[in-house]
Design a protein around this ligand. Structure first.
Ligand code: NAP
Length: 279
């Protein structure tokens, strides 16, 4: 019986996804594999990686060595900008699956829309073909804005199952999330602790943390999961991994949520996927 019990959120036409997963950016090599295995043994059932993180092999080894059945763990990986285009996307998915050591990728995301390449739609069509061919269980995106999501649907009639976005109490992304909710697209937050936006040092956050006997990181993460937003905090440390997922035996009050709403830095503080690209 695992110590952590992490609830799930529904996905459209795909199995439900845990509300807390392990982020793996900068978890590399053997220590990376061990961090993944430790998290899964503690009760994590979702791991987020990407071709760009150069650690899909580590993640695959960590899952295999965790002792938990492969089918009980959801793996997300992401297509890099250098692999946009129909055929490159299909090839990249097979390479990611091989590095992960899996027969099928659970959730495959377009990492960034990269509009200047002019290949976003062709790439999305390939993602859907990969789902239809059974290479990928569910297709999603990351860092897509409202207009970029709408374009995918207008051209293919299919929405991504999830959009992984920069999101924290400092970057609540209200309009984008409302649009996603209307269209059945699950919101998952990257950099959910908001540490680079000053969330963890904010007096309002520390006061709420103190009142609940929790840490500022837990307040930031609870803010997301309480609204159904998934989080993928990264930690290499076993105790911090458990700490980051210990979010479901307490809750923020309405006045806490109202106070946290004051941290909003506005949409302009988020990375802009119309100009920001990662290849
Ligand atoms: N889709 C995208 O474009 C995108 C972009 C960025 C990130 N991501 C994903 O999102 C994940 C999370 O984002 P992130 O890694 O940028 O930031 P994060 O999870 O918000 O913060 C990670 C940092 O916080 C530290 N930390 C974690 N838990 C802690 C705790 N309880 N106490 C003290 N320090 C703690 C970690 O150090 P230790 O390891 O030493 O604990 C690490 O330095 C990434 O790993 C990646 O999987 C996706």
């Amino acid at each position: 019986m695992s110590a952590l019990a992490i609830p799930t959120a529904p996905l459209t036409d795909a199995p439900p996804i845990p509300l807390v997963g392990l982020g793996t950016y900068k978890l590399l090599g053997r220590p990376g594999a061990e961090a993944v295995a430790t998290a899964i043994r503690s009760g994590y059932r979702l791991v987020d990686t990407a071709t760009r993180y150069s650690n899909e092999r580590s993640v695959g080894i960590g899952i295999a060595e965790s002792g938990v059945a492969r089918d009980d763990v959801t793996v997300i990986t992401k297509l890099g900008g250098g692999d946009h285009g129909f055929d490159p996307t299909v090839t990249a998915a097979r390479q990611s699956a091989r590095r992960l050591g899996v027969d099928r990728i659970d959730v495959f995301l377009i990492h960034w829309p990269c509009p200047s390449l002019g290949l976003t739609l062709e790439t999305w069509r390939a993602m859907l073909a990969l789902v239809d061919d059974g290479v990928v269980r569910a297709a999603g995106v990351s860092n897509f804005t409202v207009d970029q999501l709408q374009m995918l649907f207008d051209e293919t009639g299919r929405w991504p199952v999830l959009n992984q976005i920069q999101c924290s109490p400092a970057l609540p992304r209200q309009e984008l999330r409302a649009f996603m909710a209307q269209n059945g697209i699950h919101a998952q937050a990257w950099s959910p602790t908001g540490r680079t936006e000053g969330v963890l040092d904010d007096d309002r956050v520390t006061a709420i943390a103190e009142a609940h006997g929790r840490s500022p990181i837990q307040v930031a993460l609870r803010w997301s999961v309480q609204q159904g937003i998934g989080v993928i905090p990264k930690s290499a440390d076993p105790d911090r991994q458990v700490h980051n997922a210990s979010l479901f035996d307490w809750e923020l009050r309405d006045d806490d949520m109202a106070s946290l709403a004051g941290l909003d830095l506005g949409e302009s503080a988020a990375r802009d996927s119309h100009v920001d690209e990662e290849f």
